[in-house]
Design a protein around this ligand. Structure first.
Ligand code: BES
Ligand code: ZN
Ligand code: ZN
Length: 483
């Protein structure tokens, strides 16, 4: 599929016109109708311009689609509207399409491209007969021409940016949506290595023997009953000139059945997505490298399967973390914080990032608190809190803050070990998990924890079942601009 720019109509099969629902959008519609030589009185009664609303009009010479954008230009709303339109229309579209965007501020071109391309995403990973004979995206003739006055140079940059982000998002969506018999720690390792080679960042793997040598006792314990051995993926993107060194850590449990503290079977299949944090980190470093951003990224992705077997770690076990502190395991289903603890300390000690952020599908508590609408943000650094919060609002990958106060320290204190991995109480679970992780950052002054349990994998308007949202990629990209 090709993108082009032009300043006017060129005999396209369809002209798509995005419409903002301003107070006087009726006037905008009237002008559009005049331009395309149509006369439809009170067209606003047939077309609300609410987000994703659509009206198709035929004239003797044109086919026109109006697409509602809602009340104001917002990155995420633009992506949503275009993704929805192209997803729903992809089997009806033909050849060349024109897109009127003269009225939309220039910079949003990258979001429009991002949205169009996400419309091509389908999660038919393992269908033997893919229903896509008529899929417009797969046709060599398909093309979108943007009617715009943006300069050629600027449009190339914006289109390229939208394409780079969307392709990385779709690649990690495939990872998250994939089945646990196709996706193991090895799959994430291979993905990272391949992406590193193609896009120009370093990838180093600590395998089981090296984890033993380096004493990452928590990661080893969690992965001990996995069908595939645990590992720590270390990734580094280092441009010639960089403004800041940022550390990212992402939870990579490729399946979580809870281990000995086994989960109930209802919805257990969702736990194939327990590597949504890892996916976000992989997607962020890949896009940062593709876009050649001037920030230095150092990332750690602990990968393991949390399964049940005779060599599984046990409730009551005391583990020795990479930090050296001992951890009493109260519940083997609180495995995420264990592998993240070792990865956080490892990254911090060996790479010394100026900012340290972790992202994980960590607790059911975060889902009960925020539903699918927002992820939890926990930090004691006000500047970091503000920047992450603002990036969340701007990208639609929203964050809302919870406290990391010492009031919650009792939840992680243990009689037999330095800390425990669960308080045993069904209270403040998301905060307790954050307090636990904080210990392993060795008082890093710019540390934030993001719990994306509710936002990484969910039912969306683009699917009938739960699918990956690629949550975190655009959030991190926007955040990198702020540091
Ligand atoms: N992977 C889960 C958290 C989760 C829940 C992610 C729902 C996505 C959707 C995590 O490993 C887990 O099982 N957490 C437990 C911790 C508890 C035993 C302290 C939880 O939140 O119930
Ligand atoms: Zn778990
Ligand atoms: Zn988990």
């Amino acid at each position: 599929m090709n993108f082009k720019i032009s300043n006017a109509y060129q005999a396209e099969s369809l002209v798509l016109i995005p419409v903002l629902k301003t107070d006087d959008y009726a006037i905008f519609l009237k002008n559009i109708l005049e331009k395309y030589k149509m006369n439809i009185p009170n067209i606003e009664n047939d077309f609300s311009a609410d987000i994703k609303s659509m009206l198709i009009l035929y004239t003797p010479t044109h086919k026109i689609a109006l697409l509602g954008l809602g009340k104001k230009y917002e990155e995420n709303e633009l992506i949503r509207a275009f993704r929805f339109f192209f997803l729903k229309q992809k089997n009806a579209l033909q050849g060349k399409i024109g897109l009127e965007i003269q009225h939309i501020p220039d910079n949003y071109l990258s979001e429009i491209v991002n949205g169009i391309l996400l419309g091509s995403y389908d999660s038919q990973l393992h269908k033997t007969e893919k229903k896509q004979e008529k899929n417009w995206f797969l046709n060599a003739e398909s093309e979108v021409t943007f009617y715009t006055n943006i300069s050629k140079e600027k449009s190339i940059i914006l289109i390229d940016k939208g394409q780079k982000i969307a392709t990385s998002q779709m690649s990690i969506m495939d990872l998250v949506n994939d089945a646990p018999n196709y996706k193991t720690p090895k799959t994430l390792i291979e993905w990272a290595k391949k992406s590193g080679e193609i896009n120009g960042f370093d990838v180093k793997i600590l395998d089981k023997a090296q984890l033993e040598k380096e004493k990452l006792g928590c990661l080893l314990a969690v992965g001990n009953a996995g069908r595939v051995e645990p590992a720590l993926i270390l990734l580094e993107y280092k441009p010639k000139n960089s403004r800041k060194k940022i550390g990212l850590v992402g939870k990579g449990i490729t399946f979580d059945n809870g281990g000995v503290s086994i989960k109930g079977s209802t919805n257990m299949h969702f736990m194939k997505s327990d590597m949504g944090g890892a996916a976000a980190v992989l997607g962020a470093i890949e896009t940062a490298a593709k876009l050649q951003l001037d920030i230095h990224l150092v990332c750690a992705v602990p990968v393991a399967e949390n399964l049940l077997g005779s060599n599984a770690y046990l409730p009551g076990d005391v583990l020795t973390s990479y930090l050296g502190k001992t951890v009493e395991v109260i519940d083997t289903d609180a495995e995420g914080r264990l592998i993240m603890a070792d990865a956080l300390t490892y990254l911090n000690r060996n790479y010394s990032p100026e900012i340290l952020i972790d992202i994980a599908t960590l607790t059911g508590s975060a889902v009960r608190t925020f539903g699918y609408a927002a992820a939890a943000l926990l930090t004691n650094n006000e500047e970091l809190a503000k920047n992450l919060y603002d990036s969340g609002l701007k990208t639609g990958e929203k964050l809302w803050r919870l406290p990391l106060w010492d009031d919650y320290e009792d939840d992680i204190s243990s009689d037999v070990a330095d800390v425990r991995n669960f308080s045993g109480k069904d209270m403040a679970g998301c905060i307790a998990a954050g307090k636990f992780l904080e210990v392993f950052t060795e008082k890093h002054q710019a540390y934030a924890h993001l719990d994306i349990a509710g936002t990484a994998f969910k039912v969306t308007e683009f699917s009938t079942m739960h699918i990956s949202t690629a949550f975190g990629v655009r959030l991190f990209l926007d955040f990198f601009d702020k540091v």
